[in-house]
Design a protein around this ligand. Structure first.
Ligand code: F3S
Length: 643
């Protein structure tokens, strides 16, 4: 039976397991990437593993998230990232060089290789035929140390593209159509593999836009074949030598098949407050708009911004609209400057930002209160723009540019004659803002400003777990509840003692001091504990505060994995009434916990305050039990390296 592209790449990288959906597999990672918001912690973790140099084919550290310098914290982080990259064999993309996914596509991506990145939009590199997956910083640190990446084998969905996009319809509309059909949960546990004659009509940056927002489907990743279009792109980047042809066998098998006829698509928009609230622009109507933001890792390529410049040339933005543009990379920025398009954008009244994530994570340029912002970005959850009550619409660069001119949501087909933008035969290539690692690493001193605090290391699992229930929460607690973000807290990501003061601060400001005083404790939760963003600080900071176990009715998948990674045992109630009986501050004990974990699925818990006992369940694999016993994935990896 023929093999699909995903299976071909996985087979080339398989370290353990079988390619059967749902079963755990381990794969070798060729490349890693980090961005600054997750990178400082990933490198502290890598450093703690005691490995002298990265063991990947290539690792890159990008600075693109926290670039606003209103205090010393971000600058300290950047200097730490620069020096630690130099010492351990990692390329360092300086602030201003661009958004990690755009730069990676341009300068580093290699078809057929695996990429693990500590950013959820790492799948963008799937536009180039990479198998690119987003993960927690600790998983990336383990990969840099040469360890495999473990994941449940996803189902492979074949998205067959036929036909060709009509004028004014773009790659963004393809992924918005998929989000409309499948919703934000539709890709969970799946890899989207694109094929069909329509693929050849899409450029690599267009494919990257589609792969990027596969993350919004919840997909593990998305991937396109590597064909002549890929080869042309790499040639124009001066990297043709890394090209290989990659495609599925003609009789390849898939777990599911979806078909999209590109020629039937129309300009779309994702309405507030979810990327799957998709409708045709013409059906939404001409709502007044306050802000248009163009850029982000989804839509900031050279051709995206050239289209915008062509639409705006000789015109001026509507008086009610603030138009902000952040180019995806220094390469894109320079080319726009060299060919005069930047002058067109400035003359039209666009406010030009640096080549970073910027407004995508609310780092400046928040819309006005209650305002409407049309963005070429990938997420529109409430508050992400920095304005809690703003309404954010997600659309293509064409829709965004047309809207900036009219002041109301506008179907770009109203602009008349379509514009044609050619892919350049040669991009501007200058890698001097990407610093290679030092040739004499022993001479590099890692700079640690006051915002870089040593990484807390957990102890191996003790004989028994005991401690008070430090907090009892209800259903659907998110990682945002556990570890809030925001401009005040985000700069503390490399300072665990400081950031841990904010654990549960939104719902229980006393939690951190109570946990510190107790020294050891347990969290009790309801259903779907830890849903939302994958942030690992929601496990790391509680670990620092002495949390040993979480007893919940059920867990969200990624948070559960993070708890295990940091040595906190996730346990579910065998009988949900036991949740009702537990009171906050009850003292619990799990005797002989290591022995109980290895014996079976059930564990006995004593409620010492009430003098009762009850049972909880675990579903840990033998490897995960070993990780818990070691006190987390970091210790586990160090122990394995020493064996
Ligand atoms: Fe940055 Fe937004 Fe992408 S934060 S990496 S531009 S999703």
């Amino acid at each position: 039976m023929g093999r699909n592209l995903v299976h071909k790449i996985l087979e080339n990288h398989l370290v353990a397991g079988e390619l059967e959906p749902g079963k755990e597999i381990a794969i070798k990672i060729d490349q890693t990437l980090t961005q600054d918001a997750t990178g400082t912690m990933a490198y502290l973790q890598f450093e703690a593993m005691g490995v002298p140099r990265v063991r990947t084919k290539l690792s890159v550290s990008y600075v693109d998230h926290n670039t606003l310098q209103t205090g010393f914290e971000n600058a300290d982080d950047h200097l730490f990232l620069q020096t630690i990259a130099s010492k351990y064999g990692i390329y360092f993309s300086r602030p201003g060089n661009g958004i990690c996914h755009q730069v990676h596509l341009e300068r580093f991506g290699v078809p057929g290789q695996t990429l693990l990145g500590s950013d959820s939009h790492t799948p963008t590199a799937g536009g180039l035929g990479m198998l690119a997956i987003g993960a927690g910083g600790l998983d990336v640190a383990v990969a840099m140390a040469g360890g495999a990446f473990y994941l449940p084998m996803p189902r492979v969905v074949n998205v067959r593209l036929k036909g060709r996009l009509q004028p004014w319809v773009s790659a963004k509309d393809v992924i918005l159509e998929l989000l409309r059909r499948l919703t934000v949960k539709g890709g969970v546990g799946k890899i989207m593999e694109y094929s069909g004659e329509g693929v050849a009509t899409l450029s690599v940056p267009e494919r990257a836009t589609i792969a990027n927002m596969g993350a919004e489907l919840g997909a593990t990743t998305s991937i396109f074949p590597s064909d002549e279009v890929t080869r042309e792109f790499l040639r124009a980047q001066g990297r043709e030598e890394v090209w290989v042809e990659l495609k599925a066998d003609p009789d390849a098998e898939y777990d599911e098949v979806i078909e999209i006829d590109l020629s039937t698509l129309e300009p779309m928009v994702a309405q507030p407050h979810s990327p799957d609230a998709v409708a045709k622009v013409k059906d939404v109507g001409k709502i007044p708009v306050n802000q248009v933001a163009i850029g982000s890792c989804t839509n900031s390529s050279y051709t995206d911004l050239m289209r915008v410049a062509s639409i705006l040339r000789g015109k001026v933005v509507h008086p009610n609209v603030s138009l902000v543009i952040s180019p995806g990379s220094r390469q894109v920025f320079t080319m726009l400057a060299q060919n005069g398009a930047l002058a067109d954008l400035i003359a039209a009244g666009a406010r030009i930002l640096e080549a970073t994530c910027g407004p995508c994570i609310g780092m400046g340029q928040s819309p006005p209160s209650g305002g409407v912002s049309v963005r070429t970005f990938n997420r529109n959850f409430p508050g992400r723009s920095g304005t809690p009550d703003a309404k954010v619409y997600l659309a293509s660069p064409e829709v965004a540019a047309a809207t900036a001119l009219t002041g109301v949501l506008t179907d770009p087909r109203e602009l008349g004659e379509p514009i044609e933008i050619e892919m350049p035969k040669k991009f501007f290539i200058d890698d001097r803002m990407i610093l290679p690692p030092a040739e004499n690493p022993e001479k590099v001193e890692i700079r640690r400003g006051p915002n870089i605090k040593p990484l807390p290391i957990n102890q191996p699992l003790s004989q028994s777990i005991s401690g008070p229930v430090l907090i009892k929460v209800g259903d659907n607690i998110t990682t945002d509840h556990i570890m809030p973000a925001g401009a005040k807290i985000l700069p503390l990501r490399s300072n665990i003692p400081a950031i841990s003061q904010y654990v549960f601060s939104g719902i229980d400001p006393e939690f951190a001091s109570r946990a510190k005083a107790a020294g050891s404790g347990i969290i009790v939760g309801g259903h779907n504990y830890g849903q939302g963003s994958s942030r690992e600080h929601a496990a790391l900071a509680p670990m620092y505060l002495g949390i040993k176990a979480v007893l919940a009715k059920s867990f969200a998948r990624i948070h559960k994995a993070n708890l295990i990674n940091f040595g906190i045992i996730p346990l579910t109630f065998m009988n949900e009434e036991d949740y009702e009986n537990i009171r906050q501050e009850d003292k619990l004990e799990i005797p002989d916990v290591a022995e109980q974990l290895t014996k079976g699925r059930e564990l006995l818990v004593k409620n010492l305050t009430q003098g009762t006992t009850f049972r909880v369940l675990h579903d840990l694999s033998p490897r995960q039990i070993e990780i818990i016993q070691a006190g987390g994935l970091l210790n586990y990896t160090r122990n394995k390296a020493g064996e």
